[in-house]
Design a protein around this ligand. Structure first.
Ligand code: IVH
Length: 670
């Protein structure tokens, strides 16, 4: 075999491990996604042609392994304990007093405080730097062996990073929490509802369900993430504090939570708790408290553990996000795609500091599955920015007067007929001109992640649609002050402001434009992927479903929905109409965008594969500057055939002289 092949495979594996780490752990990629995909593709092809060079550590093997019949159990070498809970400041002060007493210390004890992630605890076992096993916590003594599933989590290193200062230990057991972020959870549930599968109750259940798939290919499709927070058994790694352990784990390639507060006093712990309980609703993932840990390793040793939990740590729990209340009534809302969503009206109740008076019931099947009736006492959950939902009925509170609810047989807004397609749990109003649909579509179109039109809020849109002043997106761009100023709660000043905001919104980045169109299955995330992949609206519009499906994270249902959308004559007209309104779609800034930033070029002579003008445009687009004359500030002189006097000048000044090929290399064409 050509000796360059194993060398290249090795190079690609190392490179991909590194780029994976930069992307998923450090959130600081060095190369474009396209380049990453190219490297992965090359590796997959080389490995397919040379199966003898396969390796279980290859980054190409994160996609899942053959299904298993059942999980084996594995004993943890050190038990995975739980944590004692504290519910108020007194409990925490008491914890601090107890520590001081046992240690016989008078001065301050130093703690490290971490968000308590609401996910699933796992243990990752590394031998000689390689991930050899991963297990759930189970009963604390033994858990289930879920190695192939955990390997699909991109932020789990398959190999430890061996930095120079940080020789990897022979055995290292790392403990952490696997979770699903809130927005990914929302998407996952939307997809499940579309596919007629029961939604997960919360992100934790979704993470647990995903980790316990017998077929790891299913797990690979789930958006699992991980933060690590400690170690089990470790050889040759003695560190003086918990914070040092976390830093060492970070150096070895693991992701640690960015909100950890190292080395603080008990007073600061309490401050930090207040801060975190306010922040929690805005975090991208669920946390249910704060874990307070004695920082010094020797203190931890001396404190030891009870049979259930370590004495050196406590979980300071947040106030519940679930409360019980009564369903006063159920009504039905019509969404922008015509979906009829039943909504429970509740006796108002404060949950986590916010008053909740409505909760989504998702669809007919969910109401039946949970057997929710009008008058029922229910457990309601508010998880961050997710719409509050009914978790379950407290059946013991039933009096027999509760009324069952049936979905209407026609649209509650426009009275058109409704359909329930096969394999779908959603009932839809078929009338695309239904005022409810129009209102919701326009609200979506004007919303923050889309056209972001200041002042064009829900109430105003309701009014404009009811007064028949808005029928389609393009009508927004035709609004003028005369029409607006006569509306309720509107003066000429606000009318002028809105017209201005509409004008400003006309220049829109491609990803937001795609999102604004309200294509089924295309949320902000998918719109971002599409913009990055297709680069221009024209490319996306004409893409075939087969092409769309090849895009990472885009499945067949999404691909079909996009192709269907652009295939419809009506939608083509809507888009054209908008373009006539003066919309300008801005290309999405690529990471490449600033490749040449700060660099000044001068061009001389005829180039072979592009005109000087084209070269100038491309250099501009990549953040560089093209100037007409060579000076000390020139970084490069690009020389084509029959150069002029600029060449001599550049030589005199010692400016770097390059040819067309080198220029292309700098532009990332190579
Ligand atoms: S330390 C020996 N730190 O909470 C103590 N646990 O009730 C080990 N958890 O099963 C736990 N975030 O799944 C620790 N930053 C964190 C955590 C955390 C979440 C979970 C963990 C554990 C449970 C204990």
């Amino acid at each position: 075999m050509d000796p360059s092949i194993p060398k290249r495979i090795n190079e690609l594996r190392q490179g991909l491990h590194r780029h994976n780490y930069r992307y998923y752990v450090l959130d600081d990629p060095e190369i474009s996604d396209a380049e990453y995909d190219r490297m992965m593709q090359e590796l997959i092809e080389l490995e397919a042609r040379h199966p003898e060079l396969s390796s279980p550590d290859s980054p190409s093997l994160r996609v899942g392994a053959p299904p298993v019949e059942k999980f084996e159990t594995i004993e943890h070498s050190l038990p995975m304990l739980s944590l004692e809970n504290g519910f108020n400041d007194d409990d925490i002060m008491e914890f601090d007093r107890r520590i001081k007493k046992i240690l016989n210390v008078e001065g301050e004890i130093i703690y490290t405080a971490e968000p308590k992630l609401d996910g699933v605890a796992v243990e990752l076992v590394y031998e000689n730097s390689r991930l050899v096993a991963a297990a759930t916590r189970g009963d604390g003594f033994s858990g289930e062996l879920i190695t192939p599933n955990v390997r699909t989590i991109q932020a789990v290193p398959l190999m430890l990073h061996n930095t120079k200062e940080n020789k990897a230990p022979l055995l290292l057991e790392v403990r952490g929490e696997v979770y699903i972020a809130k927005d990914a959870f929302k998407r996952l549930n939307e997809e499940r509802l579309e596919e007629n599968l029961p939604p997960f109750a919360n992100p934790r259940n979704a993470a647990a369900g995903s980790l316990r798939q017998l077929d790891s290919k299913v797990t690979a499709k789930r958006p699992l993430e991980i933060f690590v927070y400690g170690v089990g058994q470790v050889t040759d790694l003695t560190l003086a504090s918990h914070w040092d352990v976390l830093l060492a784990l970070r150096d070895l390639g693991f992701k640690i939570n960015p909100l950890i507060r190292p080395k603080i006093t008990i007073r600061e712990v309490i401050e930090c708790y207040k801060d975190l309980s306010e922040k929690r609703h805005f975090l991208p993932y669920d946390i249910d408290g704060m874990v307070v840990k004695v920082d010094r390793s020797d203190y931890q040793q001396r404190l030891g553990a009870t049979s259930r939990s370590p004495r050196w740590a406590i979980a300071y729990k947040f106030k519940a996000i679930q409360e019980t209340t009564r369903v006063v009534n159920i009504d039905v809302q019509v969404g922008r795609t015509g979906t009829l969503t039943p909504v429970a009206h509740l006796d108002p109740i404060k949950i986590g500091g916010v008053t909740v008076s409505r909760a989504t019931l998702h669809n007919e099947d969910e109401i039946k599955r949970k057997d929710i009736r009008i008058g029922d006492t229910v457990l309601v959950q508010r998880a961050g920015d997710v719409i509050p939902e009914v978790v379950k009925v407290i059946t013991s509170k039933r009096k027999g007067e509760e009324k069952t609810f049936n979905m209407p047989r026609s649209c509650p807004v426009c009275k058109s007929s409704v359909v329930r397609s096969e394999n779908e749990s959603a009932i839809r109003c078929v009338n695309t001109s239904c005022p409810a649909q129009v209102k919701e579509r326009i609200k979506h179109f004007a919303s923050k992640g889309a056209f972001d039109i200041d002042g064009l809020g829900d109430k105003l849109i309701d009014q404009l649609v009811e007064k028949k002043l808005l029928h389609s997106y393009a009508d927004i761009f035709r609004l003028n002050e005369d029409v607006l100023k006569d509306l309720e709660r509107m003066g000429s000043k606000s009318a002028a402001n809105i017209v201005q905001a509409v004008e400003r919104s006309k220049a829109i980045p491609l990803n937001r434009f795609i999102y604004a169109l309200g294509i089924r299955h295309v949320g902000e995330h998918v719109a971002g992927i599409l913009a990055k992949t297709f680069k221009s609206f024209e490319n996306l519009k004409t893409a075939k479903p087969e092409k769309l499906e090849t895009v990472h994270e885009i499945g067949p249902a999404v691909a079909q929905s996009i192709a269907d959308f652009f295939g419809q004559h009506e939608n083509q007209e809507i888009v054209e109409d908008m373009m006539d309104g003066g919309i300008r779609i801005l290309e999405v800034p690529d990471r490449k965008q600033n490749m040449l930033s700060g660099k000044t070029f001068v061009l001389t002579g005829a180039l072979e594969t592009m005109t000087r003008d084209e070269a100038k445009k491309r250099i501009d687009a990549l953040g560089g500057t093209v100037s007409g004359a060579v000076s000390r500030n020139t970084d490069y002189l690009v020389v084509g055939a029959s150069p002029g006097s600029k060449l001599k000048k550049a030589e005199e000044l010692g400016v770097e002289i390059i040819d067309e090929n080198k220029l292309k290399g700098l532009m990332g064409d190579g």
